[in-house]
Design a protein around this ligand. Structure first.
Ligand SMILES: NC(=O)c1ccc[n+]([C@@H]2O[C@H](COP(=O)([O-])OP(=O)(O)OC[C@H]3O[C@@H](n4cnc5c(N)ncnc54)[C@H](O)[C@@H]3O)[C@@H](O)[C@H]2O)c1
Length: 382
């Protein structure tokens, strides 16, 4: 099914086609005859890029990437079944409402559009749900990824950027994970994502697309302009939950474990602002388009904050105390999970701009207030 309010893909008028042919001719002439051959950056700028298919582009992280791709004048098609995403979150390109496991729909999308890159965000993401219903996760995160990769490879897609996760490491030694650390997921969510990494590795080795798998740590924060944000239903991540408690959407917030061997006894995590994470995707795109080899990269800042530090930052930003209850440790929660994150800077030249807990919390809280006030420029689950 195509979203009714969005333009249908692949349909262009006669005059649009003529304009495009003329533009292509002028671009080709400019690149070939006026820009010196060794000026690759400049030549590349003038070359017309092909389209990018973004699966899950109506979700929290995908929508921030789609927005940045639009700002970069990339041509984007979002494929999203809206199971946890929002049509209003898609601020650039076309939206196709459909499923990554739908081989017929994928065939139509790839045959009607010249797509050189797939950015694959679509997934279920709730760890406890994956423990209760593992096959739901293997179907959506693994089997549907396989269907997507098969269609992409058949249609000669050159590059894939994949949303992987720190959950592939399980509980790393010493609480720090580098890309070379062992992958030992402790829940079906992590395993379902690791299996997709393996498919990418093997497909690429067999002559398929090159890929960058980005292993995200704890993603938080929202677009600082307030246009889009995190409205994921049933969110379990601390910053979102604490901001919901701050705005009264939930009664309070729990700390699970206050007796860890960490400076204040609560768990330490590496929180990365979603805008910085989104820019890593654009860097990965440029890297792959420039012929970069397939690789796996951690996405975090390389340092952590404790649960208490995050809650204090939310209280400071909101100007009020939170209702906090202290609970015993939860099974499977590592005391510390921090990225060793040099490689993403070295390989992609990634330069984060929002490495600051107060900024992460403030942008999340601003979005949460919009939801709490039922601001018509925001969106939320019914
Ligand atoms: N949020 C985090 O902290 C975090 C951390 C590590 C990895 N990730 C990964 O990042 C990606 C995006 O996560 P998010 O936090 O934005 O979650 P989200 O639920 O907001 O976004 C997922 C999007 O995918 C869509 N979707 C799900 N299954 C689909 C399918 N079969 N076909 C089409 N669309 C489908 C949903 O409707 C939603 O719009 C996921 O792959 C997740 O595993 C997230």
């Amino acid at each position: 099914m195509l979203a009714p309010s969005k333009s249908h893909i692949g349909v262009r008028s006669r005059s649009e086609l003529i304009t495009e042919v003329l533009l292509n001719f002028v671009t080709f002439y400019t690149v070939q005859f006026t820009i010196p051959e060794n000026c690759w950056n400049l030549r590349e700028k003038f070359m017309k890029n092909k389209k990018i298919l973004v699966t899950g582009g109506a979700g929290y992280i995908g929508s921030h990437v789609v927005r940045q791709l639009g700002q970069g004048n990339e041509s984007v098609i979002t494929l999203d079944n809206l199971c946890t995403g929002f049509e209003a979150a898609v601020t650039a390109g076309d939206l196709v409402v459909g499923d990554t496991g739908d081989a017929l729909l994928l065939e139509k999308i790839f045959s009607e559009n010249e797509i050189d890159t797939v950015m694959h965000f679509a997934a279920h993401t709730i760890v406890p749900e994956s423990v209760a219903d593992p096959l739901k996760y293997y179907r959506n995160n693994t089997a549907s990824s396989r269907t997507l990769l098969e269609a992409a490879a058949r249609h000669g897609v050159k590059n894939i950027v994949f949303s992987s996760t720190a959950a592939v490491y399980g509980i790393p030694d010493g609480g720090k994970a580098s890309e070379d650390s062992a992958t030992q997921p402790i829940n079906p969510y992590g395993t379902s994502k690791l299996m997709t990494e393996w498919m990418l590795r093997d497909l690429s080795a067999a002559g398929g697309p090159n890929y960058v798998a980005l292993r995200y740590f704890n993603v938080a924060g929202c677009d600082p302009s307030g246009t889009i944000g995190q409205s994921t239903p049933k969110a379990t991540l601390l910053v979102k939950v604490a901001c919901e408690a701050a705005t009264g959407s939930r009664a309070g917030v729990s700390i699970y474990g206050t007796d860890y061997e960490t400076p204040d006894g609560t768990g330490l995590r590496d929180y990365i602002h979603v805008e910085d994470l989104a820019s890593a995707h654009l860097d990965a795109l440029a890297y792959l388009r420039n012929g970069g080899e397939s690789t796996i990269l951690n996405c975090g800042y390389g340092h952590g904050f404790s649960v208490r530090e995050v809650l204090s930052a939310v209280e400071k930003a909101n100007g009020e105390k939170l209702s906090i209850s202290e609970q015993p440790r939860r099974a499977g929660d590592p005391p510390e999970l921090i990225a060793v994150a040099n490689r993403v800077r070295e390989v992609l030249g990634w330069t984060p701009k929002f490495n600051d807990l107060d900024t992460i919390v403030r942008t999340s809280l601003e979005w949460e207030r919009k939801i709490a006030n039922r601001d018509p420029s925001a969106y939320w689950a019914a």
